[in-house]
Design a protein around this ligand. Structure first.
Ligand code: ZN
Length: 211
């Protein structure tokens, strides 16, 4: 059973260390002190995550919050989110193991892509251009479309060999290794990287003492 931590219910608790929003979405489930921790305990938090990831404009988020006034819609959205995230986690594990992505997962991404509720827009960040999905949700299912778009983008437009799972065996976060020599090992230097380096230091020290 995934533990829900009250202090992590805020938007600021979301971290975007994955290097790609598909990975960041799967990373909304983390390990803390040996237990799985749910960062999306409610549909409201899912909408907050979409907003924090810039996958939903403030207007679209406002529309989304209208659905959530219907408790059944909120519960339905949350079930979709959990199931889709679990499928994307399986997809990432298949990629990391060098297996073929299950056709059922591709079909599921396509099923969500088939819901429109928005449009593609050309945006101009600091360098170059990118295509971004602008959600205009008029039905609860439209909220899953931005996630399907980033999942499709990961599969179709990125080097799948650069998808990695954090080297800390206690961690379940994924990241896209965009470093020059593809040597990134940890989801974050602030957490796992430091912890693993400190552990390696003490291991070495103990070995030296016994020599
Ligand atoms: Zn980690």
């Amino acid at each position: 059973m995934t533990k829900i931590s009250p202090e992590l219910h805020t938007e600021s608790a979301f971290s975007f260390v994955g290097g790609h929003h598909c990975l960041d979405f799967v990373n909304t489930e983390v390990m803390r002190q040996g237990e799985r921790l749910e960062l999306l305990p409610s549909a409201d938090q899912f909408v907050a995550w979409l907003s924090a990831a810039n996958l939903l404009t403030p207007d679209a988020a406002e529309q989304a919050h209208q659905f959530l006034k219907q408790p059944e819609d909120g519960a339905t959205i949350l079930t979709w989110v959990r199931v889709f995230r679990w499928q994307l986690r399986m997809m990432l594990d298949q990629i990391i193991l060098g297996e073929t992505v299950a056709p059922a997962i591709v079909a599921e991404i396509n099923r969500w892509l088939a819901f429109q509720g928005g449009r593609l827009q050309l945006v101009q960040p600091a360098h170059g251009f990118c295509l971004q999905w602008q959600a205009a949700p008029s039905a609860p299912a439209h909220l899953l479309v931005p996630v399907a778009v980033v999942a499709a983008d990961l599969l179709a437009e990125h080097d799948l060999t650069l998808i990695k799972r954090c080297d800390n065996p206690q961690c379940i976060r994924y990241f896209y290794d965009a470093t020059k020599n593809h040597s990134r090992r940890w989801c974050s230097m602030d957490t796992c990287g430091n912890r693993m380096k400190v552990a390696a230091y003490y291991r070495r020290k103990r070995q030296e003492e016994h020599e």
